[in-house]
Design a protein around this ligand. Structure first.
Ligand code: FAD
Length: 465
């Protein structure tokens, strides 16, 4: 029986453990903080649970157009507000329950879990320091490293867990910040800025770049920035925060150009550092690249024979879905099952702001002006369902190859874009043509109707240029 040792029980680790157990391996997982990892305990699951409350608040606040009464006009229904202590109790309770479900599943599948610190004692040995005490050495045939990452901290902006916070510390808040300054306008910064605006905080978003979400589709980011401003958020572009200081109940964020921003709380969202230090990786022959990330190939192999790595510690694409796929691929490859190398072109991702931004496949930057690709952008403003729901912003954008008409990518900006991107992802993965997408039935009225309509509009561009 092949013995697999896994260090880190986040999506990269636990999904690998499930595949390895299914394929008959003897599996040991060593995990420090709780199964599900940061994804379940501090990052994805908590943030999306908080955002579920924020969504209700935005829908409510913007429902006047649909004839809903709120505020002093609301009569028996009263005013609307948020009890952050209750919200955060729900968030952390739900995250823990999800972690417990994963633990129970691994136990059912016969996976051994050691709670504690793990490191490599060479390419075929995992050394564990269980919380129960002592040291245990587990001899294995293969190790998977999936230790994740942690929030980057700036030297002059040390989190204190009360007023200057990382995203992991936000859920200890029991009262809504009166004025939250969010430093960093990448996905994490934008999601929390969006959520806290909806919950009722004044929010200032400090962005070192020209616009929010510099890594996303430029049209999508522009829609979002306009919505943020319409809802009262202050967005400071081209503003790099150098230091954050606390003074009593206030925080002072100093920008590099000499300006300062004062708020009641500050959230630092300035990137992640891989958890690869002190793991015995280099001693075992595992090469680390820039920033300390583990170098892996498309089947998750590292430079050391028999050692695989998955997830945020590899920096390939810091998403739970990618971590899980890298972990599964590692085990399929190691245990001789059918496997295809990781295909980043087919990964769909979503920014859980309001509206959401979902993307898959090619981006505008991948298009050249040779005429080999065609694109269409269809605003949602003319979609009947969007009108009924009071949705005014957003669009569907599709990219296809001229000539063959194969769908190569797309962007959806809409409420629940995360659900709407699936047909486009399916088209990209299965190399469907715009005509195949266009000829599929959609519900009338539905926002997904705009996906098919965008494909229909591409028909002419594909065949006539
Ligand atoms: C705020 C936020 C929101 C996000 N939302 C989403 C989202 O909506 N969708 C999405 O796809 N992605 C999201 N992500 C990204 C996602 O959380 C990560 O990509 C994912 O957690 C990576 O999984 P992983 O298995 O690599 O690591 P992790 O989930 O970080 O798990 C690593 C595990 O390893 C353990 N560990 C570390 N060192 C050791 C050690 N020495 N010994 C033993 N155990 C160790 C840790 O305790 C942890 O349990 C979000 C990230 C952030 C910051």
């Amino acid at each position: 029986m092949t013995r697999i040792g896994i260090i880190g029980g986040g999506p990269g680790g636990y999904e690998a453990a499930l595949v390895a157990a299914q394929l008959g391996a003897e599996v040991t997982v060593v995990d420090r903080d709780g199964l599900g990892g940061s994804a379940v305990l501090t990052d994805c699951v908590p943030s999306k649970t908080l955002i579920a409350t924020a969504e209700v608040m935005t829908d409510t606040a913007e429902s006047g157009e649909l004839g809903v009464l709120i505020g002093s006009d609301a009569g028996p229904y009263g005013q609307v507000g948020v009890d952050l202590a209750r919200v955060n109790a729900r968030v952390t309770g739900l995250a823990q329950a999800q972690s417990d479900d994963i633990a129970a599943r691994l136990e059912r599948e016969g996976v051994r879990v050691l709670r504690g610190l793990g490191r490599l004692g060479g390419p075929t040995r995992v050394v564990a320091e269980p919380v129960s005490g002592g040291t245990e050495t587990v001899e294995v045939d293969t190790v998977l490293v999936s230790t994740g990452a942690h929030p980057r901290v700036l030297p002059d902006a040390q989190p204190d867990g009360e007023r200057i916070l990382t995203w992991e510390q936000l859920y200890t808040l029991t009262e809504l910040p009166e004025h939250l300054v969010v430093v960093g306008s990448g996905v994490t910064g934008a999601e929390f800025a969006s959520a806290y605006t909806a919950l009722g905080s004044e929010v200032t978003l400090v962005s070192s770049r020209d616009r929010v979400l510099p890594g996303e589709d430029a049209d999508a980011a522009q829609v979002l920035e306009d919505v943020f401003k319409r809802r009262g958020m202050t967005v400071l572009s081209r503003s790099r925060a150098g230091a954050v200081r606390r003074s009593g109940d206030r925080v002072l964020v100093s920008l590099d150009d000499g300006r300062t921003v004062e708020g009641s709380h500050c959230l630092m969202a300035v990137g992640s550092i891989p958890n690869t230090a002190g793991l015995g990786l280099e001693e075992a022959g595992v090469r680390l690249g820039d920033g300390g990330f583990v170098e892996v190939d498309r089947v998750s192999r590292t430079s050391a024979t028999g050692v695989y790595a998955a997830g945020d510690c590899t920096g390939v694409l810091m998403l739970a879905s990618v971590a899980a796929m890298q972990g599964r691929i590692a085990m399929w490859h190691r245990l001789g099952d059918a496997v295809a190398p990781l295909n980043l072109r087919a990964v769909s991702s979503n920014v859980f702001t309001d509206p959401e931004i979902a993307t898959v496949g090619w981006t505008e930057n991948d298009m050249d002006d040779s005429g080999s690709t065609v694109t269409v952008k269809l605003p949602l403003a003319t979609n009947a369902r969007a009108k009924m729901q009071g949705v005014h912003e957003g669009f569907v954008k599709l990219f296809a190859r001229a000539g063959s008409g194969t769908v190569v990518g797309g962007v959806v900006v809409a409420p629940r874009a995360s659900e709407l991107i699936f047909p486009v992802a399916l088209a990209v993965e299965a190399r469907l043509t715009v005509d195949q997408l266009a000829q599929s039935f959609t519900i009338y009225p539905s926002i997904s109707g705009s996906v098919a309509e965008a494909a229909r509009q591409l028909h002419t561009k594909v065949w006539r240029g």
